[in-house]
Design a binder for this molecule. Structure first.
Ligand SMILES: [Zn+2]
Ligand SMILES: [Zn+2]
Length: 304
């Protein structure tokens, strides 16, 4: 099953040095999930060939402009391009009021239904649960209400060992039982253990999206053992005071968080406009967690 994330924007606060405000798109089993939608997201989607018509879920972490100012534009384009199918929008409750106001004064009635799922920054909740994935909110510690999102792949069914199934001439009617772990008994009463007929599917993978937040151990347990942890790393650690005041994280801390939560890999982003180049941020995160990469726009990271 495909499980990968493409970075559309990695800048904090303002667009600068060819970097755009935050946005990412997850591809889970060929369904697209957009996470945050800063200004410029539509242009980035065109640039990296991400089709808006394939997005059925949008997640907005919080209401700082660098995370949602591209959203009304995107909804507007979906409307103009004739979208009819529903869109699920997971976001803070106030976003509905903002969107409704903009649509009201442009006398626009969207031609597709928007199903709102409001986040609660005080406690984690499951916001999406479908055949492929469960998505939980991650309450973060930011200046305003903010939640990250934890995407947990569902465990797949067991795989049939084709040669054995054919050899025993097991009827198709039994396949679903076997895939769920049941044993097989033939007409003579001989029992075949499930493990001899099937193999286990791969362990489910997970992706944690943590932006924006200051270092706070309150969410560490929830993001323990993620396959890929995206964590904001707005500043270098010599700006720690500023990070605390603005409720952001330093690259050194992001590496420490990945280490303490036993992430398999770390991806850092949400870079301050003060950094023209990003190598120092990467090097600093690697002090604590060598398996770190920069969230470079246009790059796709496999969650494996
Ligand atoms: Zn931000
Ligand atoms: Zn913010």
């Amino acid at each position: 099953m495909k499980f990968e994330v493409t970075i559309l924007g990695s800048s904090s606060a303002t667009p600068i040095f060819n970097r755009n405000p935050t946005s990412q798109v997850l591809n889970i089993n060929e369904r697209l999930y957009l996470i945050d939608c800063g200004e410029g997201t539509q242009q980035q989607m065109l640039r990296f060939d991400i089709k808006a018509s394939r997005i059925d879920h949008i997640f907005i972490s919080h209401l700082h402009g660098d995370h949602y100012l591209g959203l009304v534009g995107l909804l507007s384009s979906m409307h103009l391009n004739g979208r009819k199918k529903p869109l699920k929008l997971v976001c803070p409750v106030q976003l509905k009021e903002i969107i409704d106001l903009q649509l009201k004064y442009s006398d626009t009635e969207l031609q597709f239904p928007v199903e709102y799922i409001f986040t609660n920054a005080q406690q984690s909740e499951v916001v999406i649960n479908n055949n492929d994935v469960v998505v939980e909110t991650i309450p973060l510690d930011h200046r305003i209400a903010c939640t990250g999102f934890l995407f947990k792949e569902k465990k797949r069914l067991r795989k049939l060992i084709k040669e054995k199934i054919e050899k025993l001439d097991i009827s198709v009617a039994y396949y679903s039982v076997l895939k769920k772990g049941g044993d097989y008994t033939d007409e003579k009463g001989t029992v075949y253990k499930n493990e001899s007929l099937t193999i286990d599917s791969a362990e489910p993978k997970s992706y944690a999206y943590c932006s924006d937040t200051m270092y706070n151990e309150s969410y560490f347990a929830q993001i323990a053992n993620t396959t890929l942890l995206y964590h904001e790393a707005t500043f270098l650690n010599d700006m720690l005071d500023r990070a605390v005041i603005t409720h952001h994280t330093t690259a050194l801390q992001a590496g420490e968080i990945a280490l303490k939560t036993n992430a398999k890999k770390l991806l850092i982003g949400h870079f301050s406009a003060r950094y023209k180049t990003l190598n120092e941020l990467l090097d600093e995160a690697k002090i604590n967690f060598p398996s770190t990469e920069l969230a470079i726009e246009g790059k796709t990271f496999f969650i494996e």
